[in-house]
Design a protein around this ligand. Structure first.
Ligand code: DGT
Ligand code: MG
Length: 575
């Protein structure tokens, strides 16, 4: 029975344990940027390594962490703690994105139901309920130690041997004693046990690519993510929550709960009448306080003042009890659009604009190869030397539209006067076909695209050259034309060509394109993905295109992750 939202006493009832029948894995790569750099420079594996972005460390390897160096620490402080710290530049995110995609593709290839969701660059949720249920039926209870985990319904020999007597890796609670008598019938424990062996196998596959990780195994996303945090690095934790996850959650600081952000915590402190700092305020404090009920939280966080969505109080209250019904989202094989942009402190010369466009377009073409070619992963080393896909791969989808966006430069003193997007204009045209030619280097294609298409677009968006002072350039490809499944085995380029010809014969205009010559304000309605300024920003901060907040450069990634949480988890209230 659902809780009665209007009854403050309903918090005392045992909440319904929604989603208990699932098995969810959460993978988080260890010191991600540092591992990427180490794999490209193996001699760095044994030394303390920090990855520098501006004046802070985006992350550091675990050798450095032993010296007290921490993520997001200032460089000076880190050097003081560890004078031997080696610093590597982490400003260019492209190599990290490439590895992220490889890891994601690997995990996706083991999923049966396609529920594989990324969180940021180095975390992935997998809903393996179906794989585990299938293998539950195969367990031979008379010979658990010689079990076989089947990874394919079609090919029973594709799998791995494992010992089904024990959970693989760490368990929580650490003193968990298996109820041997009920082992055969305790299906939840056995399903989590199977999940733990699958998680271990998948972690080994990632290690084959050179990347170690931590993993949490539980019945929902919230608990899987928190369980994985218990034992890091290169380890995994199964939350054997056969009774209740409350003892696991209670000691954690409230701020550790994904979906409970800074604003929610501030509001809750007023409700709890506490001055505890964020570390002192635990889930237990909040959960057991008599003032806390779904109804009180709703009044506090939603509607007038709170500003949260309807139902937020109930959601937060459920999180405090370890209940999270949110689904692991199905994987998308191709993005809706790919855009790269850069900001400038005022470009006044056309030659500067041209150079900027060539740089952005080259990055964009590389990104298209990573995201839209089917066997890119198979042909590319995990990182460095710079991936090249010349002559390789087949297009899973081809964007049909190219969009250029520009915005004038606004100095920080003008930020109060102008909206971030003030003066932002875009124009779209059909994307020339030569960009899909895999026999030409991206740099050459970029030069041709800039000269023949993007510079003319730029001129029509910015006709008055005497006032030229460009603050932002964005090049985006969109309107994806997906290869039909049936043509994947055949000649995909020919299939795309046939499709185009049919459209042309029928007089079908490429969708999303404004009539030729028309300028339009940037339409961000389709921009559901957080699109950050990827390259170096010359100012002190960048403004988030989704919420308009100005974020220090070092916090951009975290802020992006905050928006991503927004999609699948309880609406965050800040953070
Ligand atoms: P871990 O998981 O504790 O072993 O360490 P990391 O480095 O994998 O940290 P994680 O998983 O929180 O984030 C993955 C990568 O994302 C990390 O290597 C650097 C980047 N990152 C995360 N949060 C921030 C942030 O607030 N600022 C910046 N600049 N980068 C961040
Ligand atoms: Mg990580």
């Amino acid at each position: 029975m659902d809780m009665d939202m209007d009854n403050p006493d309903s918090k005392r009832k045992a909440p319904r344990r929604k989603g208990d029948d699932r098995v969810i894995l959460h993978f988080d790569l260890d010191c991600f940027y540092a591992q990427c750099i180490e794999n490209a420079n193996p001699h760095l594996k044994s030394v303390p390594l920090g990855i520098k972005q501006k004046s802070i460390l985006a992350t550091c390897n675990y050798v450095a962490r032993k010296h007290g160096v921490k993520k997001l620490m200032g460089i000076q402080e880190a050097k003081r703690l560890c004078p031997d710290l080696v610093l590597a530049d982490g400003e260019d995110l492209s190599p990290f994105r490439d590895v992220s995609k490889q890891i994601y593709s690997l995990l996706k290839s083991y999923s049966w139901n396609g529920r594989v969701e990324r969180l940021g660059l180095d975390e992935v949720f997998l809903d393996v309920t179906d794989v585990v249920a299938y293998n539950l039926g195969l367990v031979n209870h008379h010979c658990l130690e010689e079990s076989w985990f089947c990874l394919s319904r079609e090919d029973p020999e594709r799998g791995f041997a494992f010992d089904a007597r024990e959970v693989k890796g760490c368990v929580w609670p650490p003193d968990f004693v298996s109820d041997r008598e009920n082992e055969g019938t305790d299906s939840l424990r056995l399903r989590l046990l199977l999940g733990s062996h699958l998680a271990f196998y998948l972690r080994q596959q990632m290690e084959g690519l050179g990347y170690t990780s931590a993993c949490g195994i539980s019945t929902n996303k919230l608990l899987a993510k928190l369980a994985g945090d218990r034992n890091k690095p290169r380890n995994q934790t199964t939350l054997l929550s056969s009774h209740s996850p409350v003892p696991f959650l209670d000691p954690l600081p409230l701020r550790k709960i994904p979906g409970i952000g800074g604003k929610t915590i501030t509001a809750m402190k007023s409700l709890l009448k506490t001055d505890d700092d964020d570390d002192g305020l635990t889930v237990h404090n909040a959960r057991t306080n008599p003032a806390v009920s779904p109804f009180a939280l709703e009044r506090l966080l939603a509607g007038s003042g709170g500003g949260g969505e309807k139902g937020i109080g109930r959601k937060v209250w459920l999180l405090l009890h370890g209940i999270d019904g949110s689904e692991v989202k199905p994987a998308r094989d191709v993005p809706r659009q790919i855009g790269i942009e850069d900001t400038y402190r005022g470009l006044t010369q056309l030659s500067q604009v041209r150079a900027g466009l060539v740089q952005i377009t080259t990055s964009l073409l590389r990104r298209m190869h990573v995201d839209l070619l089917d066997d890119f992963d198979a042909v590319t080393p995990p990182i460095s030397p710079a991936p090249t896909s010349v002559g390789k791969g087949r297009w899973l989808a081809q964007p049909k539209t190219l969009r250029l966006t520009t915005r004038p430069y606004h100095s920080p003193s003008e930020w109060d006067k102008f909206e971030y997007n003030h003066g932002r204009v875009s124009k779209s045209v059909a994307l020339p076909r030569f960009v899909f030619d895999l026999n030409i280097e991206p740099e050459s294609i970029a030069e041709r695209l800039v000269e023949g298409t993007l510079m003319p677009l730029f001129h029509s968006l910015n006709p008055d050259k005497s006032k030229l002072c460009i603050g932002l350039l964005n090049v985006c490809v969109t309107n994806m034309d997906r290869a039909k499944e049936s043509s994947r085995g055949g000649d995909i380029m020919a299939a795309f060509q046939r499709q185009r010809e049919v459209e042309e014969i029928r007089g079908v205009a490429f969708a999303d394109e404004p009539p030729d010559g028309e300028e339009k304000a940037e339409d961000t309605s389709d921009d559901t993905e957080v699109e950050w300024v990827e390259e170096e920003d010359e100012q002190d901060g960048v403004r988030c295109r989704l919420c308009g907040c100005v974020i220090p450069v070092f916090a951009v990634e975290a802020h992006g992750r905050w928006h991503e949480l927004d999609e699948g988890w309880v609406e965050p209230q800040g953070g």
